[in-house]
Design a protein around this ligand. Sequence first.
Ligand code: ATP
Ligand code: MG
Length: 218
Amino acid sequence: MLKTKDLGYWYDNPKNSLFENVNLEFEAGQSYAIVGQSGSGKTTFLSLIAGLDKPKSGSIEFEGKDIGQIGLTNYRKKDVSIIFQSYNLFTYMSPLNNLLTAMAITESSHTGDKAFAADMLRKLGLTDEQMKQNVQQLSGGQQQRVAIARTMVCDARLVVADEPTGNLDEDNTAEVIELFQQIAHEQHKCVVIVTHESTVANACDNAYRLEKHEFSVI
Ligand SMILES: Nc1ncnc2c1ncn2[C@@H]1O[C@H](COP(=O)(O)OP(=O)(O)OP(=O)(O)O)[C@@H](O)[C@H]1O
Ligand SMILES: [Mg+2]
């Protein structure tokens, strides 16, 4: 589904590249963890495959097409869903309206289907009352589940997450990992998770370590 071709990136000076000549493949129906020391370039890599920034060298293909050719705005809207450590929900809206808004913006095949959105939130453990409250009244774990539900009601087939369990306790982390596995295996999407936690990396179907400017399978 996603392929990096001789991908390279640096911020200021080409001599200080974070990584070069990265050739990796990510498939639908699979989950991938990316681990590595702080500052190694994990978030940078994620922002490239999410179309938030452009490669300095090489290219990225989504379903056989260069994402530059798809158009990064179009790619981010239709093909990729991003989950952050800090949830990034519309804080002045309810969980239900967060999902409905995301479905409308991304022109999801379920746009306008309130029952579908409510059902997803219910499946992820929110009560009917909670899904109508402001999201800021929810706990961290509940807010992250809303962010994950948002990914699940949208059609984007690539799901990228940057330390999605960084703010969660053990129980919530286990639940969130389970949801990512469902997204990969039941929705047949491709899930790429940057994490510091070995429990998360171990639970994924595949894992890479970014170290000394190179990705290796672990
Ligand atoms: N906008 C920027 N301009 C210049 N340098 C940057 C910028 N963003 C990140 N960097 C540098 O690039 C390197 C990689 O950063 P990145 O955020 O990708 O690391 P990371 O592996 O995600 O780290 P962490 O585990 O701490 O989140 C770091 O040395 C960082 O200081
Ligand atoms: Mg990071």
